[in-house]
Ligand binder design. Sequence first.
Ligand code: MN
Length: 201
Amino acid sequence: MTYKLDPLPYDSAALEPHIDKETMEIHHGKHHQGYVNNLNKALEENADAASKSLEDLMANISKYNTAIRNNGGGHYNHRLFWNILTDKSTSPSADLQKAIDEKFGGMDGLKEKLSQAGATRFGSGWAWLIVKDGALEVTSTPNQDNPLMDVAEVQGTPILGIDVWEHAYYLKYQNKRPDYLNAVWNVINWEEVSKNYDAAK
Ligand code: MN
């Protein structure tokens, strides 16, 4: 299995002013490309891991080495991230909206929970909206871990992930991670998150 980097599903400047073009180009073209290259390199030395799907690797990540954990997670997480962002105006499906209302008391409640999860994640990591046993939950993971991994504190299927590594925001927002978290909320692709929700619940 050899992984490759898909192009961004929109122009690298499409998410401005919320996420700037230069950040998108470096983040996708250098950081994500690096995870893909290093994942492929790690799989060359591990025939068992190379025969598994990315999802299988995540679910059994405790059996594999750090290179597969960091770069496999890095590839999975960024692939999801690009797809749940958009410059289009989108809304959640009626089904997802209902689940958000029930669990978080509405969109503002979800935004507050996710932003808090992202802001309080010490160092590098991700904030997630996941489906766990059919229900929505907000969680976060360190580094390039994700909730599919058998090592994750809270496990479930991610339907929305927000990258809170400094490389995701430092050029424009410097140390102000909460400002970035506020901005990224304007470019979430709720159609895509709704599709992920349908597949996961
Ligand atoms: Mn990143």
